[in-house]
Design a protein around this ligand. Structure first.
Ligand code: 5GP
Ligand code: ZN
Length: 139
């Protein structure tokens, strides 16, 4: 619990939220400014700023909760699909520095686009080869 973290304060109950799910390590609640009907945020109860700080068990718990909630959202709101994602870091659009997964239910004709609409760059085959080499070295 970080006193200066908005989501820690929602999770502790100090600030009100529309909680939809909770277990030993996870807290899920409606986004106050939803991108679509049912837009839900799923967060670890423990404060981590970035996705890369999570351990394997934290990741498993977070994404298992996201999977369950995606199923429930699609059923509850008759959605035909969802965008499931994390804005990791300020440069990627993260506004609240407590890691959370967005589940945004989607319907045909809602006017939204896919995950590649967040950023785009032209790339050729040689670039791909170099990218793969660079990444493999870093892993
Ligand atoms: P991020 O940009 O960090 O990935 O997402 C932060 C999300 O938190 C935004 O979609 C924003 O609408 C939501 N949000 C910001 N403040 C509050 C709040 O006080 N309560 C709730 N439920 N959601 C919030
Ligand atoms: Zn926090």
């Amino acid at each position: 619990m970080r006193e200066d973290c908005l989501f820690c304060r929602l999770i502790s109950g100090e600030l009100a939220s529309y909680k939809v799910y909770e277990d030993a390590s996870i807290f899920a609640f409606l986004d106050i400014n939803p991108a679509s009907e049912g837009h839900t945020l799923i967060a670890p109860k423990k404060h981590f700023e970035s996705f890369t700080e999570l351990g394997a068990e934290d990741v498993a718990a977070l994404f298992e909760a996201a999977r369950k909630i995606t199923l429930a959202l699609e059923k509850a709101f008759s959605a035909e699909g969802s965008n499931i994602g994390i804005n990791n870091g300020e440069v990627a659009g993260q506004e609240v520095p407590h890691v959370h997964v967005h589940v945004i239910p989607r319907k045909k004709g809602d006017g939204g686009r896919g995950i590649k609409s967040v950023v785009w760059t032209e790339t050729d085959r040689t670039d791909l080869e170099n990218m793969a080499e660079k990444l493999k070295k870093a892993l």
